[in-house]
Design a protein around this ligand. Structure first.
Ligand SMILES: Cc1ncc(COP(=O)(O)O)c(C=O)c1O
Length: 394
């Protein structure tokens, strides 16, 4: 087999024609800054899609999370219960504000925050002010249970739907379960502006305040008047033009991503592995297709902080072997997001698992791998991925 000349990527942006028209119009009409009809329109559409009443478009998902953390009133020494298996951006804003993240382990059914772990964490940290729950790889967490637990404990739920735009849980869109919610339009997301994000809520006063904070907290006076610290987080009308051009294609992108996932699932069905699962009450957006190798089919793999080795055994494999074999063919894959409690930078923060001493996140990280999940991936490329994965079990 010869390596692909053009790299097969994990997930790349898919542009259409409308993006260029909206960008061109923003430039031609000189609405290039942080005001303009592209911004108004994506905020309107995001409310329509998610069902939230108010949307504040910002420069990325991380800044939307930062605004959410500020609006939740998180300050120095406040505990915030956060997903463990997620990207660092989910929790960094807690630390920006001097808060203390507590990492909550995942459950196997969705790979997301375990409601049992969350309940246990509230027993240990009853003063926790907020929960940040991410929907990993476009798969909704058990959002009804998580929300009910937050309500019982008087904590604000922040839903990090950066990866899950368009996914539903019990028929309701993700990005609408929290008091505050966010989505991301980062270059690898299902809808992208190259960058971009959005803060979403049903609360009008909070939305107004978040918008003010995102534009340097200017007071409504003819001169620059500042009475609180603000941020330069507002999206530009040019970036919003890209997002605006993409949004009509959300369903199409989800269909394509689902086809990639389904094809893997069928082709790999005979192997001792499972795909990233979802609960029967949810419809993921299938942003990322991942595999989890059965324990009995794992060859020994030894991951250190920055290095990894494995010992090949007949009939067995590990994520590292598959990752390396795909890499030799110029195909990108990626280990499952390393649990945040294992990251040196967060090593001092507490972690709570449903069963003491048993980390589901560590296990999924050890045995899991993200496969290329680009919605434009052709059948030949996917067949090669499938063949290599099968071959690794020989
Ligand atoms: C779960 C999660 N939260 C937050 C973010 C941050 O979004 P952004 O990159 O737009 O800042 C990302 C992705 O990048 C993400 O995957």
């Amino acid at each position: 087999m010869e390596a692909f000349k053009n790299k097969v990527w994990l997930s790349t942006p898919t542009y259409h024609q409308e993006e260029f028209q909206y960008i061109a119009k923003a430039i031609e009409t000189n609405w290039k800054s942080t005001v303009g009809e592209n911004i108004d329109e994506i905020e309107r559409r995001l409310c329509e899609i998610t069902g939230c009443r108010y949307a504040v478009a910002v420069i990325n998902g991380t800044s939307a999370l930062h605004l959410a953390v500020i609006e939740a009133g998180i300050g120095k020494g406040d505990y915030v219960l956060c997903s463990d298996m997620t990207f660092c951006a989910t929790v960094n804003p807690v630390i920006y504000e001097g808060g203390i993240p507590v990492f909550i382990d995942s459950e196997y059914e969705t790979w997301n925050m375990d409601p049992k772990g969350l309940e246990k964490a509230f027993e240990r940290y009853p003063q926790a002010k907020a929960v940040i729950c991410a929907n990993l790889y476009g798969t909704p967490a058990k959002l009804d249970e998580i929300r009910a637990i937050c309500d019982r404990h008087g904590a604000v739920l922040i839903e990090d739907a950066a990866e899950s735009l368009g996914a539903t849980y019990m028929g309701r869109q993700t990005g609408s379960f929290g008091m505050y919610n966010i989505v991301s339009f980062n270059g690898n997301k299902i809808i992208t502006g190259s960058t971009g994000g959005c803060f979403l809520t049903d609360d009008e006063a909070t939305a107004r305040h978040a918008r003010k904070l995102s534009t340097q907290a200017k007071e409504p006076t003819p001169w620059y008047q500042h009475e609180e610290i603000g941020y330069n987080y507002r999206i530009s009308n040019i970036i919003a033009g890209i997002v605006r051009g993409q949004l009509p294609y959300l369903d199409e992108h989800i269909r394509q991503k689902k086809a990639v996932y389904t094809r893997y699932k069928e082709a790999l069905a005979e192997l001792p592995l499972t795909m990233n699962p979802h609960s029967s009450t949810s419809q993921p957006n299938y942003w990322m297709s991942c595999i989890l190798i059965d324990k009995a089919a794992m060859c020994p793999q030894n991951r250190k902080d920055k290095t990894v080795s494995y010992h090949k055994e007949t009939g067995k494999t590990c994520p590292t072997e598959i990752f390396e074999r795909l890499g030799q063919m110029n195909i990108e894959s990626r280990p499952i997001w390393k649990p945040l409690h294992m990251q040196p930078v967060y090593a001092d923060y507490p972690v709570v698992t449903a069963e003491d001493g048993v980390s589901v996140c560590e296990d999924i990280f050890e045995r899991g791998l993200c496969l290329p999940s680009d919605n434009k991936m052709d059948a030949a490329a996917q067949d090669t991925v499938i063949e290599i994965v099968k071959d690794c079990f020989d």
